[in-house]
Structure formats: C-alpha cells, structure tokens
Design a protein around this ligand. Structure first.
Ligand SMILES: [Zn+2]
Length: 348
C-alpha cells in the first residue's frame, strides 16, 4: 500500500510539474496576436474592450487611397472593423475639404486579429481605434520606405511646459480634430492636454463636440479616434459615455498640476515589485481563442474599399461597401450594414 500511495503521490507531483510547465510556456497573448499576419475568415465582430479584446473578420484600409496613406506598413496594423475603415475614408475626404493637404496619414489601427501588441499601445485591440498623424499627407505620395522613416512632428513647444507650438499649430489643425470628433459614431478623440487646452481657449464653433476630445499623455504628434461599439456587436464592451459639457474643466486643469508628471515615489527600504506578468490568453474573452484559431482570409480579399485607392486591386474579390449616402453636410450616419465575407474561392 505504501508503495502504491508513493506512486500516486509521485504521479501527482509529475503532473503538477507538467501542468506548471505548460502554463509557464503558454506564450503571452501579445505574442499570439502579434504573430498573426492575416485576419480571420468570419463576420466582423469585436470581442472585449478597447484595451483587452480582439476582433474577428477585420478588414484592411488600402495602403494608398485618393485622400489617405497608411504609414509604417511593416507594423501590419491597418486592420479594423469595417465601420472604422469606412469612417477613416470619409474623414480623409472631409479633412481635405478643410484644407488638410492632400489627405490624412494613418498610423496604427489594429492587428489583423486585434489583441494586445508586442510594442506600443494598450488599446487598439478591437478594431475601433485609429491614430491619425498631425502631419497632412503631402501632394507627392510617400514611398513605402518614406512611410517607415518619416519622423513624427510634435505639436508641442518643448521649451515650455505643456504648451502648443504656435509655429506648428494652425486653425486647420483645430478644425480637423473637431471634425473627427463630430461624427456621431465617434465617442472619443484623444489628444495631448496642451492641445485640448488650446482648443478650449480658441474654439469658437459648436462646443458641445469638444467634450469628446479627451486629454491624455503623449498624442502630441498624432491624435486618436475611437468609435463606439457597432450596433448588434454583443461581445463588444462599451466605455462609459463622456461627461456632458466641453471638458474644459477640472478634468483638464488636473493635467496642468504637478501630479500627472511626478515620478512615482520609491521607498528605498522596499523591494521593487516584480514586473507585471504579460497578459495571457485567458485574460481575454473566450471568443478570442476562437478568433486566433480560425482560418485566414487573404489580404486582397480582406482589403476594404469604397472609393478605390491608387493601384486599385480588382474589386471582384474585395469587400464592396454600399455607396455612401448622399449627405449635404448633414450628420453622417453609417448604414446599419454588416458585410458578409465572400465565399472562399475554390482552389485556395
Ligand atoms: Zn492611438
């Protein structure tokens, strides 16, 4: 009996070690999602929250459009929910109409299946966030290499505390940011606190929309557009609505105190806490494991197009969005349209 119980104990110990080593070896979610090159073949659906989630059936914005270019192509982060991509195309045209060069330069949206990233953001995980450069698209299209190398231009005067550089910031910058916030599906636009303050001090138009423009660290060389959970996206976890008002209040004044910029206090007698463990797949909604395991769609099939970018791909395989509603300067409402991926081509 003693021998038997020893074997039982031993095998329990071995399996505990095995389980532990399996757990220890499970790669962080950022490696799993960061390694995905293509989106899943599924209906577009965000799962989880902006900073803890993933997306199935993402589509890519074409690298080049009549009024946009996607930057840093090597990062492979120009994927998003079709409503996000449609909004960016629409916004790019509106920006040009406001005098914003020949269009917008688009930074990160999401990875092909969303999720946490190996570098950069905490959010951008469900295809509903997008970064726009504070630099307009130049008339001469940028080559892929230029899009890798072009440096960011900060809108801040680095010789002063939290102050917009008056040599760089123009009325058009303000109009473009407010335009981004004006679409009903946009819930928040993130900018540096200095930029928010500049808008508070100078914006003479409708101020109701200013409340959606939120101050945050960074965001001095780009701004960040966040749209709400699409209708019917049951797995998408919405954010609390922004408080009513223009946001030119205590929540902004706080950024101009020492508190947000103070180095965290260190107790010399205390051991520094261990670095936080990277998020595992189990921290994400269950659906995200499925999103990782689904078959991929190829890039051409999964490239969204409404207006036909330069170097247009054949449209037969690409997403065909319905024609944009004819609006004469009125509020832009996206159709309640959910694209269904085309059937898998035979022979693939
Ligand atoms: Zn961002």
């Amino acid at each position: 009996m003693r021998g038997m119980s020893r074997i039982v104990l031993l095998s329990a110990a071995i399996s505990a070690v095995l389980v532990e080593s399996v757990v220890a070896e499970a790669p962080p979610a950022k490696e799993l999602f960061g390694g995905m090159k293509l989106p899943s073949r599924a209906a577009p659906s965000p799962f989880g929250s902006y900073a803890k989630g993933c997306i199935s059936g993402a589509v890519a914005i074409p690298t080049d459009g009549p009024t946009w270019q996607a930057m840093r192509l090597s990062r492979n982060r120009r994927w998003g929910h079709p409503q996000m991509i449609a909004l960016l195309e629409r916004f790019s045209r509106d920006a040009v109409a406001l005098g914003w060069g020949s269009g917008i330069l688009i930074g990160d949206i999401s990875q092909p299946r969303g999720g946490p990233m190996l570098s950069g953001h905490a959010s951008h995980q469900i295809g509903l966030d997008a970064d726009i450069w504070f630099t307009p698209k130049p008339a001469q299209p940028l080559s892929p290499q230029q899009r890798e190398d072009m440096p960011f231009t900060s809108m801040l005067d680095e010789s002063k505390f939290l102050t917009v550089d008056r040599r760089r910031w123009t009325a058009t910058h303000a109009q473009v940011v407010v335009q981004a916030a004006s679409y009903p599906q946009v819930e928040r636009v993130f900018v540096n606190p200095a930029i928010k303050k500049k808008l508070c001090d100078t914006w003479t138009g409708n101020r109701a929309v200013l409340g959606k423009i939120r101050p945050i660290y960074g965001h001095d060389a780009h701004f960040h557009i966040r749209i709400k959970c699409p209708d019917g996206a049951a797995g998408c976890q919405p954010q609390a609505a922004v408080a009513p008002g223009d946001g030119c209040d205590k929540s902004l004044a706080w950024w101009f105190t020492k508190e947000p910029w103070a180095a965290p206090k260190k107790d010399p007698n205390k051991k520094p806490p261990p670095p936080p463990k990277p998020m595992g797949l189990s921290a994400l909604p269950k659906a995200c494991s499925t999103v990782l395991s689904l078959d991929a769609r190829n890039e051409m099939e999964a490239t969204f197009r409404t207006s036909g970018g330069e170097g247009a791909l054949p449209t037969t395989n690409a997403y065909a969005a319905p024609p944009a509603p004819a609006t004469a300067g009125g509020a832009f409402e996206l159709p309640a349209w959910v694209p269904v991926p085309p059937p898998r081509p035979t022979g693939l």
